[in-house]
Design a protein around this ligand. Structure first.
Ligand code: FES
Length: 521
């Protein structure tokens, strides 16, 4: 066997694929982001790519199971399975690539930089970073007056090792080099972020004096090089809960080695510093009436805030809202169907960007299921009515056609199957269960909840009516809901109240003594 040259389109980047490696291995080795929801096990279709030129090894049994004959004939392969048999040109569709830049929501930019806002004016710049599982958002702040000088968003390059935290934790667990790879990938991204931010503001990155980072507990542990095995088994304990102060140099940052880095504290194994930031951003401690704060993601964190008390729960809502485990699911990106209406026996849809459809993103799936309930196409248990004129059978299961092959980008019918409905039910049921558990434990009836704050990028785009219709959210008047976007993307002025002296919070063990930290757990 020998290595081969792979040209990835549409970027045109070329990479060497080592002998015996899959296309996904090659992409990962070269920092080319291809979605891999199942972590490369051949169980989803998120890593699907089209071979434009060249020859590969024969399709594996997983590919024969996950791809239709017509897809295989037209060159579609699963990159986690397919191995090159020569030089190749490979097309990565937008929905399976992770290079798009998510939009910011200006009004929710929050300052987790301690001392920003002029409370204790300092010289220099600070950087606030929301280290998300999928994307990373950053802000460069003038420490003298708290003003935001530049901002940037990028895909988390760790995504090439798995789309969700469980895939990445599993990857990190063996062999040891894997964890190091994830750590380097995250610190490299933080360095890139600081370079982008400083270039955007016309300053030198070495002038960055403070960096504040929030992330879920797994992201926090992976970038700090802490053990993650315990996050994968009950009772899912974090290795470190306290806020962490560490020097940029020790963290391995090269762009601003003199900076101090502050990580927000974690609440638990699956309620991390990103949710702490959401709670700070929404002023949770000052909320006087029963309020639910729901941060929807692959892992959804929910808090019930009421008169100074906050109770939190996390639920594994899974990747369905990001297109994972859905036959034609893709992330919200140009070409994704994000809105679906079924009226007069016809399915109508809208795509992001208005172009031809490539797949269906989470908000589209939510709409589709709500519309199918309204139109009697599925019953209250989620079962599709096989006798309904819009339902047909495909590969042994019921399905509804959303966009025909004459319209779709890859010439394939875009459908929602019975299996997809079940995946969405699992996701929405996880969220609703979390809400119900919180309310029950506080002895509060759903109608007594005065406000529901929906955070997270996906949460910002869902149709609340659809979410209520499918039972994901309690049936409350629309005025009680607010969608606040990426609230974790920053802290607020309120963060100081939540955590009065953030820079003074110390780890019980100094971070440079990581072995001692591990041993004393
Ligand atoms: S099928 Fe390839 S990553 Fe899931």
């Amino acid at each position: 066997m020998k290595s081969h040259t792979i040209k990835f389109m549409p970027s045109g980047r070329e990479a060497i694929c080592k002998a015996g490696h899959t296309l996904l291995d090659c992409a990962r080795d070269n920092g080319i982001a291809v979605s891999s929801v199942c972590g490369g096990k051949g169980k989803c279709r998120s890593c699907k790519v089209r071979i434009e030129k060249g020859v590969l090894t024969a399709p594996t049994s997983n590919e024969l199971k996950r791809l239709s004959n017509s897809e295989l004939e037209r060159g579609w392969r699963l990159s986690c399975q397919a191995k090159p048999a020569g030089d190749l040109v490979v097309y990565i569709p937008a929905g399976n690539s992770l290079t798009s830049t998510p939009a910011f929501k200006e009004e929710l930019i929050v300052k987790i930089i301690p001392d920003a806002g002029g409370r204790r004016p300092r010289k220099g710049y600070g950087v606030a970073i929301d280290l998300g599982t999928t994307k990373i958002a950053g802000y460069l702040v003038n420490l003298c007056d708290g003003s935001i000088l530049s901002k940037h968003a990028m895909a988390n390059p760790q995504d090439v090792y798995g789309d969700d935290v469980i895939s990445r934790v599993t990857y990190a667990m063996s062999p040891p080099a894997n964890a190091k790879r994830l750590e380097k990938s995250a610190t490299g991204a933080i360095d890139d972020m600081m370079l982008f931010l400083s270039a955007g503001a016309g300053c030198q990155p070495v002038a960055i004096a403070k960096v504040a980072i929030c992330g879920n507990t797994a992201m926090h542990h992976l970038v700090l090089g802490l053990p993650v095995d315990q996050l994968a088994r009950a009772p899912y304990l974090p290795w470190v809960k306290d806020a962490v102060n560490i020097s940029a140099k020790e963290l391995g940052l090269k762009s601003a080695p003199g900076a101090d880095v502050y990580f927000l504290p974690n609440i638990g194994g699956y309620v991390g510093g990103d949710h702490v930031a959401v709670l700070a951003a929404t002023g949770a401690l000052n909320i006087k009436v029963p309020t639910l704060i729901v941060d929807i993601g692959t892992n959804t964190e929910i808090s019930l805030a009421d008169a100074g008390n906050i109770t939190s729960v996390s639920c594994a809502s899974g990747p369905a809202f990001e297109g994972g485990h859905i036959k034609h699911g893709i992330k919200a990106s140009p070409g994704a169907i994000d809105k679906i209406i079924i009226r007069d026996g016809k399915v109508k849809y809208r795509t992001i960007g208005g172009g031809r459809p490539e797949g269906i993103c989470g908000s589209g799936m939510l709409d589709a299921v709500a519309q199918m309930v309204d139109n009697g196409i599925i019953d209250s248990s989620g079962r599709m009515d096989k006798g309904h004129p819009l339902i047909h059978t495909q590969a042994g299961q019921s399905a509804i056609l959303i966009a025909g092959r004459d319209r779709s980008v890859d010439g394939e019918d875009i459908v929602i199957t019975q299996g997809d409905i079940r995946e969405l039910q699992l996701a929405k049921a996880a969220i609703r269960t979390g809400i119900d558990v919180l309310l029950k434990s506080a002895d509060i009836a759903a109608p007594d909840v005065k406000r529901i704050i929906i955070a997270g990028t996906f949460g910002n785009y869902i149709d609340i009516k659809s979410a209520i219709r499918v039972g994901m959210l309690p049936d409350l008047p629309a005025r009680r809901f607010s969608q606040v976007g990426n609230a974790a993307g920053a802290g607020t002025e309120d963060f100081d109240r939540y955590c009065p002296q953030p820079w003074d919070i110390k780890l019980q063990q100094p971070m440079h003594d990581r072995e001692a930290l591990h041993g004393n757990w």
